[in-house]
Design a protein around this ligand. Sequence first.
Ligand code: PLP
Length: 624
Amino acid sequence: EELYGIKNWGAGYFSISDKGEVMVNPYMKNKESDTSLMDIISGIRERGLDMPVLLRFENLLDAQISFLNESFNNAIKTLNYQGFYRGVYPIKVNQQQQVIEEVTKFGQRYHHGLEVGSKPELIAALSLLKDKEACLICNGYKDEEFIDLCLYAVKMGFNCFFVIEIPGELDLLLARSEALGIKPNIGIRIKLSAKAGGHWTDSGGDRSIFGLNVSQVITMVDKLKECNMLDSLKLMHYHLGSQIPNIRDIRSAVLEATRVYAELVKEGAPMGYLDLGGGLAVDYDGSNTNYTNSRNYSVEEYCTDIVEAVMSILDPSEIPHPVIVTESGRTTVAYYSVLLFNVLDVEKLEEYEIPESLKDETPEQIKNLFEVYKSLTLKNIQECYNDALYYRDQIREMFKHGSITLRERSFSEKIFWSLISKISKEKQKLKNPPPDLEDLESAIADIYYCNFSVFQSIPDSWAIDQLFPIMPLHRLTELPKRNAIIADITCDCDGKIDRFIDLHDVRNTLPLHDVKNGDDYYLGVFLVGAYQETLGDLHNLFGDTNVVSVRIYPDGDYDFVKEIHGDSVADVLSYVEFDPKDMIERFRETAEAAIREGLIDPTDRREIMKAYDTGLRGYTYYER
Ligand code: PLP
């Protein structure tokens, strides 16, 4: 458990069984509900679905929505806050219909609503949201069509807020409101001067793209007063950025925003809603620190700090407590999905037999490299490393100029890699190894070739070096003896994972079990429910993976509630404008020509056409 940190990042949902398998449990403390991911994989296999599979746990979404709402409700009760909490789920974080459907279903008991940032998102929300008490927050840049739909939503009784993101939007809103005779609920997005640390925090600060600065806020209030519409200004919103690791940044933003809120009330706006955006971070590495992939606070602390901060600003001026809205996406859906895949092959750095002595005719440079190999000690470790690189480069140059043979070069590479392995082993004895030797482990790590695409399934790992917990799903009673990096099947040099979570820093290799040819070995990438699905792309034409949703019952039994087949080869080709029917016809013509040339006969053609057709209808990943 300690090796992979599952207790730290698993939030109580994931654990390891006595049999050494990863277990999931949405009911946390009730051990009976523990369900093995390997059992689920067997079920998936029996149903004929291939890896990779994105596995969704319906109950985890339910559990996270409850956890967030209950944490706010507890903070509100404990601190005697007079308003209440209304969460909204920002659709952009995972727009799959199934996800939004489940959020609205499970969210209903808390009146958990939706946040939209574009026309398609609004249109999706209007088809699924039934709860009129839940908030529907319309952010994003809006055209006339978008505005009209927001206004119709108000007319239909939705608790729909039109958030002004840039000053120019107000005129069009007022014009459309007059034309349709519908009074909007106006929200205003403000720019805070506070800016937080982290990967995704460009949304905050004076220079953030969206939101109004202080003078624009005043101009807008004056304009609303002029046209007798100030009574429509009911909500204030800001978004500091996603994944904010430090609670102090969150607190200071709430304090600053509540000050603006108080001033808007003093200006005569009815207000009533304070929307604090997203930012509630997920502890991906389990370190509970203010590292980028973590957070130095709990969800309960987040809620308490927000409620307390709002009260501390409003109470001295006796301003009524507003409804607190947050747009937490990452925390709501991250735990919900795990990417499952199998290992296809392993490339190990071989252990070579290095002879005791060299033949006399061995080229001088290879002899020098050999001497370095023999003379390595803890004391001269850095010097040996420098010499190893120097002689290796010299030997490579000599090969280019034809002065050593391929066989000699191959022998020198064996000495070189054996030397690097020896240096890496010696290095473990040093308390403070030289910085040059830091990356040595990943250079000599095994490469585990795995059946998935980084670009399609965990794009943030490639794009912004985000870390996700990754671990084997079984054999966890055995100590993993190999140090590995992971390569996907895109054949792109960026299609790899060579940074892994660690409590104290980042690891360059992942401990994995030895895999013999033909062994089934499964890995899982956890906490991938937020942002990864729609950001994924078709690099090398690896398409959407199979998706399986399970519902787990308190007795540990589970149902496969939904199965969505991933893209077929024909699907991905049609995305890049191929027409599969036309392709079959063209390939048929090529096969006919091959018959004419005497290369194949008509029976061959039948088999070849069948293989082509099966290929087109097949999965884009490695099938077995
Ligand atoms: N609200 C807005 C306006 C956003 O742009 C985002 C995403 O960055 C979110 C909410 C979701 O933030 P998080 O995933 O940190 O909860």
